[in-house]
Design a protein around this ligand. Structure first.
Ligand code: C5P
Length: 220
């Protein structure tokens, strides 16, 4: 373990997308690369934290020197998160699918000549951030959520802070054209109960480093 301001602290980080199965060969996913969550986990590790990194199927490899727990679905992610508690802080950077397919087919859905195209029904996934932030007994001291939005970024993120019961929201604008989702840079606004702080556009590693320092400050 590295020496540093987070030595002796356990921080849980979620990252990446989730995959929600339709049948054994098909799934619903989203465009999250896992890059920002991975960078946050590495930065926390560099400050001396013990990091549990719960990741969906990301397109970047997990960092070295953290405990990696791989999951596919939102429900698996919730179980892994609950198993990882207690933690001093939780940073929930995963792009968890809001919905899963209500009736997963356990055999491949076949195309039948002349038959109508299938339709999917969706069911709501558990809200992992909300359940961690609102768990009375096992709540980490600091719970940080992410908000990827394409419009009204600030208003949506502020509403999310209240709705989810978390301490901070890292808000980012992932509109097409920003190049943020899947890109190397991020422009975030850090939102807490006391205000909204816009950060300059920075490499994701630098956003992570600054966020890790903030977290260390809050846990000190
Ligand atoms: O509601 P929305 O998905 O926009 O919230 C984003 C934040 O909530 C992220 O921090 C994400 O990791 C978390 N989240 C979650 N479980 C869900 C949906 C979102 O933990 N089912």
């Amino acid at each position: 373990l590295a020496a540093g301001p987070l030595m002796g602290k356990h921080v849980l980080v979620t990252s990446g997308p989730t995959h929600e199965p339709i049948d054994p060969v098909r799934y619903i996913a989203n465009r999250s690369s896992g890059a920002q969550g991975t960078a946050v986990a590495a930065a926390l590790r560099d400050l001396g934290a013990r990091v549990t990194f719960v990741t969906g199927p990301a397109s970047v490899p997990p960092p070295q020197g953290v405990q990696v727990v791989r999951v596919d679905t939102a429900r698996e992610m919730l179980a892994a998160v609950e198993a990882a508690l207690p933690a001093d802080a939780a940073v929930m950077a995963a792009a968890v699918a809001d919905w899963r397919v209500a009736e997963e087919s356990h055999s491949k859905i076949k195309k039948v000549a002349g038959a109508a195209a299938p339709s999917l029904r969706f069911a709501e996934n558990p809200d992992i951030l909300k359940s961690v932030a609102q768990s009375p007994d096992r709540r980490p001291r600091l719970v940080v959520g992410f908000a990827a939005e394409t419009d009204d970024v600030l208003a949506h993120a502020q509403a999310k802070l209240a709705r989810k019961g978390c301490d901070w929201i890292v808000a980012n604008d992932v509109s097409p054209g920003t190049g943020i989702m899947g890109g190397a840079e991020n422009a975030i606004t850090l939102i807490s109960a006391t205000g909204a702080e816009p950060w300059p556009r920075l490499p994701k590693d630098e956003v992570a480093r600054r966020l890790a320092l903030r977290i260390a400050g809050a846990l000190a």
